[in-house]
Design a protein around this ligand. Structure first.
Ligand SMILES: [Zn+2]
Length: 298
């Protein structure tokens, strides 16, 4: 029996076990998410080691640089592959310049962190705008897409019809295996708490057999992660509301989150906190939550 999903490590920013590429092998093989462009020298050998010499599909849960940054590189290496993405994100793959410049407002050294992002020929992009079968893996196996906004408006989850495995991108935040806890991923400009909660409930109601956040690997307990993730997002937003009510702004919020680490995550080791900082930093989450609070009516 072949493996139904393989977890490839992109070694993003030199760290093991932060950002995955999921490989679904078969008659029409697919990967889900690509890692950043800066990891391409890790991703290509990992695909080769897994015996991949052709890809039918490059599927993106969403277009953030740590998920889609290497898509253009992989599209060049696998010219037969189609690139599947939510419709909201499609044009940014064909012309990444706006995506790149908006990320450049948040990160000081884009090239080193993320590597170049290459444009993808629009004719190879499959834009998904409704829920349902989206990717034919062959032999009756398919991926169904489910819209999953909240972390970003251009996000979808994918459900494997053969296994019941669900690939959720950042919809449930970030869960590095050794931490055993969820940290919200609440980046600007689109983070929206109500949508995160609604998305988590809808995905849970589909009763997946296993859940794979892109950061990183299968969660050991499906009901547990669907229970914990919304609570964590609420916990962080409620903390931010207090800081804002006391007149605090971005720096105060970042400091408040740092100070609450032991309260929120009493079992977390310092090295694990450092890993979280590379996927959803205090800075990024603070900016995203503040923007959400400013936008929220009332
Ligand atoms: Zn993301």
């Amino acid at each position: 029996m072949p493996q139904t999903v393989q977890v490839l490590d992109t070694h993003m920013h030199g760290w093991q076990g932060i950002t995955a590429v999921y490989l679904l092998d078969g008659p029409r093989p697919a990967i889900i998410d690509t890692g950043p462009g800066s990891s391409i020298d890790r991703i290509l050998p990992a695909l080769e080691a897994a015996g991949v010499d052709s890809l039918a599909w490059i599927v993106l849960t969403h277009i953030h640089l740590d998920h889609a940054g290497a898509a253009g590189h992989l599209a060049r290496r696998f010219p037969e592959a189609k690139v599947v993405v939510r419709a909201e994100g499609g044009r940014h793959l064909a012309d990444p310049s706006r995506l790149w410049s908006s990320a450049a407002r948040l990160y000081p050294d884009m090239e080193t962190l993320w590597g170049p992002m290459l444009a993808i020929d629009a004719g190879r992009i499959v834009a998904v705008s409704e829920d349902g079968p989206a990717v034919d893996l062959g032999a009756g196996r398919r991926l169904e897409a489910f819209y999953a906004p909240g972390h970003a408006k251009h996000q979808m989850a994918l459900l494997d019809s053969a296994t019941g495995d669900m690939f959720v991108g950042d919809a449930l935040g970030v869960r590095v295996p050794e931490a055993g806890v969820v940290r919200p991923a609440a980046p600007p400009p689109e983070f929206d708490l109500e949508l995160v909660i609604d998305t988590a409930a809808r995905l849970h109601s589909l009763q997946p057999a296993r859940v794979f956040p892109t950061h990183f690997g299968p969660a050991p307990d499906v009901d547990q992660i669907f229970d914990e993730a919304p609570r964590r997002f609420i916990q962080w937003v409620e903390a931010a509301e207090k800081v804002v009510a006391a007149g605090g702004a971005l720096n105060e919020l970042i400091e408040d989150f740092r100070a609450r680490r032991e309260e929120f995550y009493p079992t977390l080791r310092p090295e694990t906190v450092a890993k979280f900082e590379y996927s959803c930093s205090y800075d990024l989450n603070s900016r995203g939550i503040l923007r959400y609070l400013q936008r929220r009516p009332g």
